[in-house]
Design a protein around this ligand. Structure first.
Ligand code: SF4
Length: 403
């Protein structure tokens, strides 16, 4: 039930999702189990050009145009594992939408920015973005196992923008060493877990040796796009640099496969906490039911849903952006209706570098002199009496600060 090129077909409402195990047999019959379990095999066999992709998957005309028109704009790259999650019979399969460009991606709409988070003015050295007072982003590589069509850092991941060489990383470490205010380092890129274990150690060892670096975070999509990368050896290595958090990026419950679950559980079992950040995308996951199912599935594998990101105003992403109100509505459909841990912060990274703010439904309906009226998650009114005493200073803090 695939699509012939140029044919706009409507998938049957009775269609079932494709089966990844079956797709592996169809797409990569030559791969042995040993090869399939080897992340480097997937890297070597990643689909990186339109011609090969068209040989593996019936593409829509929109996708063919998208592949053609974005070829000079942003890399194509899909790991064999992630490709088996793509539904060959539905153009709006959420994995497909994240992996295969469409024509709209080639268009830059008014208001869209190459550097939507305003990071470039805050790069004191090539590999560092220092935008917030106490934390920095360390750009470890410009490569990824899958090039997400919604990537907002594509000016870096398209390749060639930054020479994130060993010497650039050395200069990044020197900057952190010389900046005592930095207590939190987020290693990202690109995907830092594309570095070999040896390269990661070469990066993490000097970083952990910096006395003022309290915590390290690694931003990675590997548990989603290439979970085979999360080996016992990697999990053991990361644990040695605690407190170290892995921040991953599942966007749809379809991505939570047996392999992805094992990868996350391996990290957690080794003592590496895992958080999830989801990007809200129109017609891909812009529905409270989907976000609820995703977050429940994350919690079941001990991954904490952390942020639900409003899509940044990155070039070529408008077709995936939702109105701001959609995210607020989704949070309203989660808060109170399910476990608080399943309710992420709805974050908007303000265009141009203003930093993140969070949004939520407004539960305050009236402020009176001595009380506030709020509505609960069902919309029912409740009165919260304000205390008489209003002084909120903490006198013991003066003592505590002297320790
Ligand atoms: S893995 Fe992250 S950095 Fe790489 S393309 Fe996807 S969103 Fe961008």
């Amino acid at each position: 039930m695939g699509y012939a090129a140029g044919v706009t077909a409507t998938p049957s409402v009775m269609a079932l999702p494709s089966d990844p195990a079956q797709r592996r047999v169809e797409l990569f019959p030559e791969a042995t189990d040993e090869q399939w379990a080897d992340w480097k095999w997937h890297q070597r066999h990643a689909v990186r050009d339109a011609r090969r992709l068209a040989g593996l998957l019936p593409l829509t005309q929109d996708e063919r145009d998208g592949l053609d028109e974005t070829a000079a704009i942003f890399r194509l790259g899909i790991s064999p594992y992630y490709l088996t999650l793509v539904d060959p019979g539905h153009p709006l399969c959420p994995v497909r939408m994240q992996a295969i460009p469409v024509k709209a991606e080639a268009r830059v709409r008014p208001g869209e920015l190459a550097d939507p988070l305003g990071e470039d003015p805050h790069r004191p050295v090539e590999a560092i973005v220092h935008k917030y007072p106490d934390r920095v982003l360390l750009l470890a590589t410009d490569s990824c196992s899958v090039y997400c069509r919604h990537c907002t850092r594509r000016r870096i991941t398209k390749g060639g923008e930054a020479e994130l060489s060993r010497s650039a990383l050395e200069r990044g470490l020197d900057y952190i060493r010389a900046t005592p205010a930095v207590r939190d380092v987020l290693i990202s890129g690109g995907d830092p877990l594309l570095l070999s274990d040896e390269r990661l150690e070469q990066l993490l060892t000097p970083l952990r040796a910096i006395p003022h670096v309290e915590m390290i975070r690694i931003g990675t999509r590997m548990p989603v796009t290439l979970p085979m990368r999360v080996t016992e050896a990697l999990a053991t290595l990361l644990r040695r640099y605690a407190p170290l958090f892995v921040v991953t990026h599942f966007n749809h419950p379809k991505e939570i496969t047996k392999e992805a679950r094992e990868a996350c559980e391996r990290l957690v079992d080794h003592g590496v906490p895992v958080e999830n950040q989801t990007v809200l995308m129109r017609r891909l996951n812009s529905d409270a039911r989907i976000i609820t199912e995703l977050n429940h599935a994350c919690l079941k594998m001990r991954v904490r849903p952390y942020y639900l990101h409003q899509m940044d105003v990155a070039e070529g992403c408008e077709h995936l952006r939702t109105p701001l109100q959609k995210g607020v509505e989704i949070i309203g459909e989660l808060r109170g209706w399910t476990t608080g841990m399943a309710v992420p912060h709805l974050a908007v990274d303000l265009p141009g570098g203003g930093g993140k703010v969070t949004l939520q439904p407004d539960y305050v309906t009236e402020r009176r002199p001595n009380e506030t009226v709020l509505r609960n998650y069902r919309g029912e009114p409740y009165v919260y009496p304000e205390p008489e005493a209003q002084d909120c200073t903490c006198p013991y803090d003066e003592v505590w600060q002297r320790r």
